[in-house]
Design a protein around this ligand. Structure first.
Ligand SMILES: [Zn+2]
Length: 241
């Protein structure tokens, strides 16, 4: 029994933990920062009819183009949000079909998650989705190969906004404190995943609203996600493979 346990633990470590460490800390293929001035805003886990519309209104008010890493199954239930994101110039990326950690997915299952997401989202926006952020930032040993046609993105600013208390108590302060050129912030417009609070996006939106107001007054730059993504694609296509 002990041997089986050790083998399983070893397998988990090799398949999940080491690849995640390499992708997050070492790999140059994972985007963690931009080369642009200001902070790029990204939002995970939506769309969520309770909050995504409000978030889009807020971004609209300040003329900010952001990135949305959406869960395709939810997108299929609320295509109107995906179409609105696209119409208003935001960049849409894949955050799996069902928000399942890649730690729990075989290469075949991971491929299915990406394929299904692509099918659903491409059909809605009329063009292929190019960016991919795995849920929880979890990679496995097959990610680099299975997702080779995608630009992988993680983040360089994450503040626990999926917890109501954190979003209420420290999010605004953190949004200000970590401002730096090239930073990629990740926030969440759905609080229904494991470990999150369902109302947390309400408090995230309050903090974000104040931050964007302050940013306008203080001249803090919010990177234009659409312009950045376009430039990134062009730079990539001219690089020798
Ligand atoms: Zn997520």
């Amino acid at each position: 029994m002990k041997k089986i346990g050790a083998t399983l633990a070893g397998g988990f470590f090799l398949y999940n933990i080491i690849p995640t460490f390499i992708m997050q800390k070492i790999s140059k293929h994972v985007i963690k920062k931009t080369n642009e001035a200001g902070v790029l805003l990204t939002f995970d886990d939506g769309p969520n009819p309770a909050y995504t519309g409000e978030l889009l209104d807020l971004l609209n008010k300040y003329k900010i183009k952001a990135m949305f890493y959406v869960v395709a199954q939810k997108a299929a239930q609320h295509p109107e949000f995906i179409q609105r994101m696209h119409r208003e110039g935001h960049v849409i990326g894949i955050h799996h079909h069902t928000h399942t950690s890649s730690f729990l997915l075989s290469p075949f299952q991971l491929k299915k998650q990406l394929q299904k997401s692509q099918e659903i989202l491409q059909h809605m926006i009329g063009e292929p989705v190019l960016f991919y952020r795995p849920p929880y930032g979890h990679f496995n040993a097959s990610t680099a190969w299975i997702a080779k046609e995608y630009y992988l993105m993680t983040w360089s600013g994450m503040f626990g906004d999926w917890r109501s208390k954190t979003a209420q108590n420290s999010l605004l302060q953190n949004l200000h404190h970590h401002v730096a050129d090239g930073r990629i912030y990740v926030l969440h417009d759905c609080g229904k995943n494991f470990g999150a609070n369902e109302e947390a996006p309400h408090f995230m939106l309050q903090a974000l609203s104040q931050f964007l107001n302050d940013a306008k007054e203080q001249g803090i730059i919010l990177t234009d996600a659409q312009a950045w993504a376009k430039k990134y694609r062009q730079d990539k296509s001219t690089l020798p493979s």
